[in-house]
Design a protein around this ligand. Structure first.
Ligand SMILES: C[S@@+](CC[C@H](N)C(=O)[O-])C[C@H]1O[C@@H](n2cnc3c(N)ncnc32)[C@H](O)[C@@H]1O
Length: 202
């Protein structure tokens, strides 16, 4: 887990190129029909903005947050290049003030936290999602550990279906699946075992 006092991500993002590429997460693209102009989205731990900028291009009002200032500088540059606006906020998700019923979409892609922090993250996501709104999560499934590819070493950081059913019990499950997914959208050979969740708040 990384916090605002830890410069791991800041260093990674400061090293020039866009490390997670330009293409949005395929889970979002697969649900393009849900994203209508004027709707609002919060992108948690959004990195260099590949997802927030794509959502802004669909006409959404987007807030992107991340712990690394260098990531958000890249998001702003990417938004400018694409002719859209994204509000960026630098924060540790553990300190995030979750406004109730604030966003139509609450999106978290590849953030792996220890159980205690993940539980608080999920509670915050539930709180800040509007009634009728959607939560999107894409993260490494615990079966990813078997692949030997990069990812957290501790199995507790990984997702599984039961965890989602527990933490989002009040949500209508639109999609909950384990998927062998391209984890680097610029390099289709980079596959990971991911959990994909789309849930609708009643
Ligand atoms: C694997 S990257 C994924 C970035 C982005 N979601 C994407 O898919 O391109 C994980 C991201 O989580 C951010 N992050 C890690 N710990 C965080 C924390 N405690 N609060 C906010 N962001 C955090 C990192 O800075 C990094 O951008």
């Amino acid at each position: 887990m990384y916090t605002k006092d830890d410069d791991y991500w800041q260093k990674r993002y400061s090293a020039g190129e866009r490390i997670f590429g330009d293409k949005p997460c395929a889970l979002l693209v697969d649900h393009t029909q849900l994203f209508n102009p004027g709707m609002s989205a919060l992108c948690i731990a959004d990195g260099e903005g590949r997802n927030s900028v794509w959502l802004a291009k669909q006409g959404l009002r987007v807030t992107a947050m991340d712990v690394a200032p260098a990531a958000l500088a890249k998001t702003q540059a990417w938004a400018e290049k694409n002719g859209v606006t994204v509000e960026t906020q630098c924060a540790d998700v553990n300190d995030w003030l979750w406004q109730p019923d604030a966003f139509d979409f609450v999106i978290c892609v590849y953030l792996q936290l220890p159980p205690e922090y993940r539980c608080r993250l999920h509670q915050g996501m539930v709180k800040t999602c509007k009634a009728g709104g959607y939560i999107f999560i894409e993260a490494y499934h615990r079966e990813h550990l078997k692949t030997g590819l990069s990812g957290p070493k501790d199995i507790d950081f990984y997702y599984h279906e039961e965890l989602i059913r527990q933490d989002f019990s009040e949500f209508e499950i639109m999609l909950l699946q384990k998927n062998l997914t391209t984890v680097d959208e610029n390099d289709p050979t980079q596959k990971g075992v991911c959990l994909e969740f789309v849930g609708r708040k009643p």
